[in-house]
Design a protein around this ligand. Structure first.
Ligand SMILES: CC(C)(COP(=O)(O)OP(=O)(O)OC[C@H]1O[C@@H](n2cnc3c(N)ncnc32)[C@H](O)[C@@H]1OP(=O)(O)O)[C@@H](O)C(=O)NCCC(=O)NCCS
Length: 158
């Protein structure tokens, strides 16, 4: 049984946990984020942190959140933890009033498939910030509100 919890990345103990998970999941292949900025989530199995994700204000896209990192320990792959943390992140993005969430993947089919599952679309930013083979993803936050509106107006079956 897994739980997703938003955490305070500026708390020393939490940032140590985030840093440890980042190291174990990215294996030093990506720079360690500044955990004091943005919003962060941990995925727990019981009391054990097994995954993390974060969103920060985008430096490239106006009024947007940048989904800046997600990692799950290998032993816990396959429980849709990236997807579950993305859902929590998108609610926060909407509460922040951001018009969309953007992100990118490079050579990562597992993560790319989760962006597709979560309803993101590929797009080409005006100022690409990655490598020549980086894929850029975007999801308007209004599509979240749209999904909620559909559920509220559904006629009950009887
Ligand atoms: C990307 C990542 C977070 C996805 O983890 P996840 O949420 O557990 O993945 P899913 O639940 O979508 O897994 C779907 C399937 O792919 C498999 N899978 C997921 N990531 C995998 C990986 N890196 N290598 C091999 N198989 C993987 C799962 O075992 C599962 O297989 P199954 O359907 O046979 O059970 C995880 O691979 C990871 O932490 N990778 C290292 C860090 C990273 O690359 N982050 C993303 C940067 S863009």
């Amino acid at each position: 049984m897994y739980r997703i919890r938003e955490v305070d990345g500026s708390d020393d103990e939490i940032s140590d946990t985030l840093r440890g998970l980042h190291r174990l999941t990215f294996l030093d292949s990506a720079p360690v984020p500044e955990f004091g900025v943005g919003h962060w989530w941990l995925a727990y199995q019981e009391r054990l942190p097994v995954g993390f994700a974060g969103v920060v204000p985008s430096s490239y896209v106006a009024n947007a959140g940048y989904f800046c990192g997600v990692g799950v320990l290998r032993a816990h792959y396959g429980h849709a933890l990236q997807l579950r943390m993305m859902r929590a992140m998108e609610l926060r993005a909407r509460q922040n009033g951001w018009r969309c969430v953007v992100s990118d993947t490079t050579n990562n089919l597992f993560s790319a498939n989760n962006f597709i599952r979560a309803g993101y679309r590929l797009y080409q930013p005006g100022q690409p910030w990655g490598w020549s083979n980086t894929l850029y993803w975007r999801k308007p936050t209004k599509s979240l509100a749209f999904g909620r509106r559909i559920r509220r107006t559904r006629t009950p079956l009887s």
